[in-house]
Write a protein that binds this ligand. Structure first.
Ligand code: PPS
Length: 295
């Protein structure tokens, strides 16, 4: 098996104008053959917005809160990552072929790159959005430990790259806005990371109802408890520690880093914050979306 070398860090490759991890971009043609199944559920997010958290929640809902069943495989096998393609590891599409229905599928794709079959078949979609400031801090740390990304440069440089939409998957602003627009014509449950932090019970119940599997109180409590940051951080089937270091190096930064809202305050300088806020106002002008940057 050929694994990526530490030094690889290839530059992003534009796919229809969206910068994408080179290895993923190489797999794009194959996505055309993907066919949605009637009971698929898609989890869509901009990176670092709570994908893994909601994936674990949904897998637990589908298994009635049975933790043993949710220990059957790492999260990237239980919830295949549609566009994933890294040398030496099965692709998302290969994993999907082995996944029994009902499938839970993860993607970070912007709408312009999403396989049309998911829209045509009215696949149920759970979209998770997280405030941009915590996303960019989380993304900076992820770039450092996940070596399929280019070198992030300094924090100052990465912040500029993010604001310019030149990170993998492109603009956060465009992503959260276009998926919000989709809620008006497609079955999308649009959630916020901060709401799940604030009241996980309420948001988990919402997810369960959306997928047609309302939960008894005791199962709901069980899922709240088992999907807490602390529990998932310790859970090798949820924390990505089973991937080779060549792909994710947890000694640089663990995947389950802090799981907090408002951590950006420890990273942004006052000047960076002012500049970011002014840019944010312009990019989000006229939008109905409101994000909480702290709880
Ligand atoms: S990825 O790589 O894009 O799929 O990452 P994603 O899973 O979307 O986001 C990773 C961030 O989510 C945090 N996380 C959690 N927060 C709270 N509770 C739970 N259970 C949880 N699980 C994952 C994870 O720690 C990353 O955020 P940061 O801020 O870096 O800690």
């Amino acid at each position: 098996m050929e694994l990526i070398q530490d030094s690889s860090r290839p530059p992003l490759v534009p796919v229809k104008g969206i910068p994408i991890i080179k290895y993923f971009a190489e797999n794009f043609e194959l996505l055309k053959d993907f066919q949605a199944q009637p009971d698929d559920v898609l989890i869509s997010t901009y990176p670092k917005s709570g994908t893994t958290w909601v994936s674990e929640i949904l897998d637990m809902i589908f298994h009635g809160g049975d933790q043993e069943k949710c220990q059957r495989a790492p999260i990237y096998i239980r919830v295949p990552f549609l566009e994933f393609n890294v040398p030496g590891v099965p692709t998302g599409l290969e994993t999907l072929q082995e996944t029994p229905a009902p499938r839970i599928i993860k993607t970070h794709l912007p709408l312009s790159l999403l396989p049309q079959t998911l829209l045509d078949r009215k696949t149920k979609i759970i979209y998770v959005a997280r405030n941009a400031k915590d996303v960019v801090v989380s993304y900076f740390n992820f770039y450092k430990m996940a070596k399929v990304h280019p070198d992030p440069g300094t924090w100052e440089e990465f912040l500029e790259t993010f604001m310019a939409g030149k990170v993998s998957y492109g603009s956060w602003y465009q992503h959260v806005l276009e998926w919000w627009e989709l809620t008006k014509r497609h079955p999308v449950l649009y959630l916020f990371y901060e709401d799940i932090k604030k009241d996980p019970r309420k948001e988990i119940q919402k997810i369960a109802e959306f997928v047609g599997r309302p939960l008894p109180e005791d199962v709901l409590d069980q899922i709240v408890q088992k999907t807490s940051f602390k529990k998932m951080q310790e859970n090798p089937m949820a924390n990505y520690s089973t991937l080779p270091d060549d792909i994710m190096d947890h000694s640089i930064c663990p995947f389950m880093r802090k799981g907090a809202t408002g951590d950006w305050k420890n990273v942004f300088t006052v000047a960076q914050n002012e500049r970011f806020d002014a840019h944010y106002e312009r990019k989000m002008a006229g939008s109905e979306l409101h994000f909480y940057n702290e709880l």
